[in-house]
Design a protein around this ligand. Structure first.
Ligand SMILES: Nc1ncnc2c1ncn2[C@@H]1O[C@H](COP(=O)(O)OP(=O)(O)OP(=O)(O)O)[C@@H](O)[C@H]1O
Ligand SMILES: [Mg+2]
Length: 340
């Protein structure tokens, strides 16, 4: 069922997607402008790490076909932290997988930097994933027989690449694990394991790190440590990160939130705080509220007035009065599919 915008208690503004440059944090080297591209919020210099143009993904055929993505024009800003939110089934993981070369598009295009993924055969796609993308999964996916450090360096060793010991040392320090790097995953907490997984993704210096609900299995404190690690990589080394999350608090660590609803972009929020994200979810109630399930933060609880867990520096606490909130790109948000 399609829910017209006017049925929301307080309609969100129907303004174009923000196109101004993002001003916070280090500015890594720019990519070239995207000729003829719908900007999608890349900023005036067109600095993007990845982008999609009219991306459609259909699973199955005939009556059972599922249109998971329905024409996504997305720009992933280089050196920025992007969060993707939306109700369960809205296409978040599918979008992440398409951008990371784990899934192929049914129609439209996906670019990682200048490389169009649909032009690659399976072997090249595998190489691209190995050399240019880092992955963080909800379930950590560490090899149980290896120590934390061996897990971290494994992708580089498999690729026959040299391990940069200085970078490893710096990363290890930021993990806050001390000598536990010599322990196996079973001897580490969930939060520690996920920090190891983040380090494994970051060490090779990939063009893009994708994380699908990286805090989904963690308590709030461990989640905050993982998110801080991801955000530091973006701020301090210009790493590009795209993270799927249901949790407004996690989204508050990002530079930009992209909201999906029924396989389409429903809106974009720059410089989000947990409170602003939550406020938008509350305003759109059924259409987007399924995004709140991640850590038990519900639409009436934590975060509403305090900005809990949002970026601690540089905001006004609530974030609600700053900026335009969610800027919609379409004429409506489909209300179905919100199961949480
Ligand atoms: N391999 C698949 N085969 C068939 N349908 C699929 C497949 N993967 C995903 N889908 C469908 O595509 C739609 C989008 O799924 P996706 O996993 O991207 O959603 P999501 O937003 O990540 O949801 P969640 O928050 O529950 O993880 C859903 O309707 C889902 O059932
Ligand atoms: Mg998913």
């Amino acid at each position: 069922m399609t829910m017209p915008m006017s049925s929301a208690p307080e309609p969100i503004s129907l303004e174009p997607v923000t196109t101004g440059p993002v001003t916070r944090g280090p500015r890594p080297p720019s990519g070239r402008p995207v000729p003829g591209s719908p900007d999608g919020g890349a900023g005036h210099d067109g600095a993007y790490a990845a982008r999609t143009v009219g991306l459609v993904k259909v699973y199955g055929t005939g009556e059972t076909a599922v249109r998971a993505l329905d024409g996504i024009d997305l720009v992933v800003q280089r050196g920025r932290f992007t969060a993707i939110m939306g109700p369960s089934g809205s296409g978040k993981s599918t979008l992440l997988h398409c951008v990371a070369g784990l899934e192929t598009a049914t129609a439209g295009q996906v670019f990682l930097g200048e490389t169009e993924l649909s032009a690659l055969d399976d072997t090249r796609l595998t190489l691209l994933r190995r050399e240019r993308v880092g992955f963080v999964f909800q379930t950590f996916n560490l090899l149980p027989t290896l120590t934390a450090e061996e897990n971290i360096v494994l992708p580089l060793e498999l690729a026959g690449r040299r391990v940069d010991r200085d970078r490893l040392t710096a990363l290890a320090a930021s993990l806050g694990l001390g000598d536990r790097l010599r322990h196996r995953p079973a001897e580490l907490s969930g939060g520690q394991q996920q920090r190891v997984a983040v380090a494994r993704a970051l060490l090779p210096g990939p063009d893009l790190v994708v994380a699908d609900e990286p805090t989904g299995n963690l308590d709030s404190r461990s989640g905050a440590e993982v998110l801080t690690l991801l955000r530091s990589a973006v701020r301090e080394t210009g790493q590009t990160v795209v993270m799927v999350t249901h949790d407004p608090i996690a989204a508050g660590y990002a530079d930009r939130v992209v909201m999906l609803a029924d396989g389409r972009i429903a809106g974009i929020m720059d410089d989000p705080t947990a409170a602003r994200v939550l406020e938008v979810l509350q305003r759109h109630d059924g259409a987007l509220r399924g995004t709140c399930g991640g850590t038990g933060v519900d639409s009436t609880g934590t975060g509403g007035g305090t900005g809990t867990g949002g970026r601690p520096e540089g905001d006004n606490g609530t974030g609600i009065h700053r900026g335009d909130g969610l800027l919609t790109t379409g004429t409506g948000i489909d209300g179905g599919g919100c199961v949480r």
